[in-house]
Structure formats: structure tokens, C-alpha cells
Design a protein around this ligand. Structure first.
Ligand code: PGA
Length: 251
């Protein structure tokens, strides 16, 4: 049985004061929710404080990106070892905004996945199709390329450190959610790819989150699907009460 995993991707939002309040409030609201894993991914500059505030709680803290080198002349970049050093548990990689706004390729994402795992971080690897790709019936092809590209040369053993997030790009921040059936179909396909390319055991243990306009109102139905093991939440993770309500609705 896979434990539900709800992660909040804050993206480029919050101030110091808001970030601190969000972690503090969340800590209280989810204190007794041991049946679900909870995580937040604040902007880099608030990570240190978030780790400190989330101490002694079940809330994991992670980053929204990292670079694929350990140190050196890479102005503006952050190494996975630095994230580990400030106490991060995980990093989100391959988010659609990194792919489509910042131009990251599957090759770059794969380098980052390998480096993050080597640094001892867990990884949430995001995959998902654009609206035009869905309309052209290319969803499976796109998801397969992104998944296998991002996981190239990753061992079955390392897959225990990986969560996949299926985020159809047309559902991110748009208020349009994939229907539970639409999401379940792609999740089942991802699980089959994991079984075919790694092992049935890997397919059974790896959690696949859904992301794209998840809110308290649709969380229960989405996470009631057999292959949806949690959510990667953007907008609704910026308020502690709605984020906690998503976790409560899911269990
Ligand atoms: P959203 O974002 O919940 O605001 O749609 C999800 C994400 O991009 O991770």
C-alpha cells in the first residue's frame, strides 16, 4: 500500500513573513495526520528557515530546482549538495515551468536527477503534456519521452527515492483539472512504463502524484483513483488551511 504524498510547490511566491507563517500554521494543522506524507517547496531563499520551522514535524522541506554540478563557476545556480547542507529532503525537477518557460530539456533534467540522488536528496520528477499535445493524441508519447528521458541510467534501487508527478500543463494554474478518469489513465500508463522499464516492484512502490489545479473540492475524487498516490499542489498550497484541507480530503 503506497502512502499518500501531498507536496506544495510554492513557486516564486511569499515573503519571509508569509513563508514563516505558512510553515508554522501548516505544522499545527497537520500535526496528527500521520497517514499522509506532507512536503513544502518554498523558494530557495526561505529554505533554511522553513527547515528550521518544520523541525520536529512530519513536513518535509525541499527545493523547486537545482543544478547538476556540485560547485564552481555557475553564477546564480544552486548545487544539490547545498540543498542537502541546509537540511532539504527533496527537490522538484522537470516542472513544466522549468521545461517550457526556462527551456530545460530531458537531458538536462536527467543530469539534475542523477546529481540530486547522488547528493542524497529525494526527487519529485514532473512530466506532462501541453494542451496541443493532448489534442493531437500525443499524451502517452510525451509522457513516455519525459519519464524515460528524466530517468535514464537511474537504477531500480534509486527509484525508491523518486516520486513522479503527472501534471498536464493545460491544468496548471488554469482552474481546469484533468477529470479523475483522464488522470487515472495517464497514471496507470506511467505505472506500466515503470514496470516495463524497471520492475513490477518499482512500479508498485513509486508514488505518482497528480498536479494541476488541485483544491480541497477535487482532492478526494482524484486521490480516490487507484494509481493516484497524492498531489503536487501549486496555488492551493499557499494557504495553510486549503493545503491541509487537501490532505484531509484525501485520506
Ligand atoms: P497549480 O500548480 O496547483 O497552481 O495548478 C501545480 C503545479 O504547477 O505544481
Amino acid at each position: 500500500m503506497r502512502k499518500l504524498y501531498i507536496a506544495g510547490n510554492w513557486k516564486m511566491n511569499t515573503t519571509t513573513t508569509e513563508a514563516e507563517a505558512l510553515v508554522k500554521e501548516l505544522k499545527v494543522l497537520v500535526a496528527d495526520m500521520t497517514e499522509v506524507d506532507m512536503a513544502v517547496a518554498p523558494p530557495f531563499v526561505y529554505l533554511h528557515k522553513a527547515v528550521y520551522l518544520a523541525k520536529d514535524s512530519q513536513i518535509k522541506v525541499g527545493a523547486q530546482n537545482c543544478y547538476f554540478e556540485s560547485k564552481g563557476a555557475f553564477t546564480g545556480e544552486i548545487a544539490p549538495e547545498m540543498l542537502k547542507d541546509v537540511g532539504c529532503d527533496f527537490v522538484i525537477l522537470g516542472h513544466s515551468e522549468r521545461r517550457h518557460v526556462l527551456g530545460e530539456t530531458d537531458e538536462v533534467i536527467n543530469l539534475k536527477v542523477k546529481k540530486a540522488l547522488a547528493a542524497g536528496l529525494e526527487v519529485i520528477l514532473c512530466v506532462g503534456e501541453l494542451l496541443e499535445e493532448r489534442e493531437a493524441e500525443q499524451t502517452e508519447e510525451v509522457v513516455k519521452t519525459q519519464l524515460l528521458g528524466g530517468l535514464k541510467e537511474i537504477s531500480a534501487e534509486n527509484m525508491a527515492q523518486i516520486t513522479i508527478a503527472y501534471e498536464p500543463v493545460w491544468a496548471i494554474g488554469t482552474g481546469k483539472t484533468a477529470s479523475p478518469d483522464q488522470a487515472q489513465d495517464v497514471h496507470a500508463y506511467i505505472r506500466k512504463l515503470l514496470a516495463d522499464n524497471f520492475s513490477v516492484d518499482v512500479a508498485n512502490i513509486v508514488r505518482i502524484q497528480y498536479g494541476g489545479s488541485v483544491k480541497p473540492e477535487n482532492a478526494k475524487e482524484l486521490m480516490g483513483q487507484p494509481d493516484i498516490d497524492g498531489a503536487l499542489v501549486g496555488g492551493a498550497s499557499l494557504k495553510a488551511d486549503s493545503f491541509a484541507a487537501i490532505a484531509k480530503a484525501a485520506v
